[in-house]
Design a protein around this ligand. Structure first.
Ligand SMILES: [Zn+2]
Length: 426
């Protein structure tokens, strides 16, 4: 197999901590070979991709995402998984972690199996050499051209692994999830999920019986271990931290506060998840920066106090992403609770609380920019390198650095996604 060279030129490269002007990125067989001054001689055999002066960033990585394009990962079918992955790719997400809801063991197993099959099919199609009969596979694949999007079987965001999120939520913090499927962790049950080797992010409420064992088990298996949908106290967070818990799902949503702990523990008033995340430098968290869940003040606060190395942007998007306003099911299409999307955000039917986001990662980056005025490398880091580091895939993904997979997003100066490039082979 002859190697394929692609030279990305005439763009502004968003590096780890600075913008690189007047530089080209040379990619060989889907991996970044060099980042070089554009005055250097171009290799003759390289295909040239002109970026038209736009920003070139790493592909975005979403560690908390339920669906999109009408499909929820919990539908548990290959079609649903592909549809959601394709929908997110257009928004700049090149790697995502399909996220479970509270559901039956059978539904959870079906979801994990469907994700595994799509992941496997994408990996083996990446190994097919150019010239074989799956269509043209040479060079980068711009996803805004539908004629090319079909050339790879999926043309969707890569599946990095599954986020086992529901069902181990606290009863009083179930949020918009199906309440009758909430339960404490059961060793026999979750061992089956982990035995698929698909689970990379693992959530459990710290106050549930069996949480300590769950956390220990998940962290021994190399997962990002997270506490979410929880009303846990500071002491419970400390205990969880000792056995590997390092992250809290969607900061300020479905988590304990001084007020909610007063209802649980009385006085003196207690510190909880918020204080623990802010006190402990090793803890990371994530925000749903859709402009509807959290005010710009809170986004600015999270950025200031956790910093770009400990704060992830996530979509928490439901199937209503890129769908018209209307009623949809959250989680499985067979029995998931119905919510309403107004086109900007999801609501419970009584309109009293929010029920997931309906926008993509590109929107989160723009909201965060408006709220924080953070430099572009920081904004992009929160949507790529930081989540990659937290889940342990940063050796291959999450930044434009030599040796990494060449998944890129090309943005306009106003941060509109112009193109997405998924590396063909690794
Ligand atoms: Zn969620």
């Amino acid at each position: 197999m002859t190697s394929q060279l692609v030279l990305y030129t005439n763009g502004q490269i968003v590096g780890r901590d600075r913008l690189l002007l007047d530089h080209d990125v040379l990619v060989r067989d889907g991996r970044i070979e060099s980042i070089r001054p554009n005055t250097r001689k171009r290799p003759q055999e390289a295909k040239i991709v002109s970026l038209g002066g736009g920003y070139l960033t790493p592909g975005l990585i979403d560690i908390h995402v339920h669906g999109g394009g009408g499909a929820d990962f919990m539908d548990g079918t290959i079609d649903a998984v592909r549809t959601a992955c394709q929908t997110h790719l257009v928004h700049g997400t090149t790697t995502l972690f399909p996220t479970t809801t509270t559901a039956s063991a059978e539904q959870l197993e079906n979801m994990i199996a469907a994700c595994a099959q799509v992941q496997e099919a994408d990996r083996s199609s990446s190994r097919i050499e150019p010239g074989s009969n799956v269509g043209s596979r040479s060079g980068p694949r711009p996803t805004d051209q539908p004629s090319i999007a079909g050339s790879r079987m999926a043309a969707g965001a890569r599946i990095g692994g599954v986020h086992l999120y529901g069902p181990y939520f606290a009863k009083d913090k179930v949020g918009c999830h199906l309440a009758n499927q909430q339960r404490p962790p059961d060793k026999q049950e979750y061992r089956r999920y982990f035995s698929t080797n698909m689970v990379r992010v693992a959530t459990c409420a710290a106050e549930l019986p069996g949480a300590t064992e769950f956390y220990r088990y998940a962290s021994q298996r190399g997962c990002l271990v997270t506490c979410g949908h929880s009303n846990s106290t500071y002491a419970e967070m400390q205990a969880a931290f000792r056995v590997g818990m390092r992250h809290v799902d969607h900061f300020w949503c479905a988590m304990s506060s001084v007020t909610s702990l007063r209802a649980r523990c009385g006085t003196p008033m207690q510190a909880g998840m918020e204080q623990f995340v802010l006190m402990e430098p090793e803890m990371s968290t994530e925000v749903i920066a859709d402009g509807c869940h959290l005010s710009d003040d809170l986004l600015r606060f999270a950025y200031r106090f956790k910093g770009p190395e400990r704060l992830c942007l996530v979509t928490d998007a439901s199937r209503a992403l890129d769908q018209p306003p209307g009623e949809y099911r959250f989680g499985s299409d067979s029995d998931g609770p119905t919510f309403y999307s107004d086109g900007r955000v999801g609501w419970t039917l009584d309109r009293r609380s929010l029920a997931s986001s309906v926008v993509g990662m590109d929107h989160m980056v723009r909201t965060m920019q408006r709220a924080t005025k953070a430099p572009l490398p920081d904004l992009i880091r929160m949507a790529s390198l930081t989540p990659a580091e937290r889940v342990g895939i940063a050796a291959d993904y999450g930044s434009i650095e030599v040796g990494k997979v060449a998944d890129f997003v090309l943005w306009s100066p106003r941060l509109i996604v112009k193109r997405v490039y998924l590396a063909e082979s690794q």
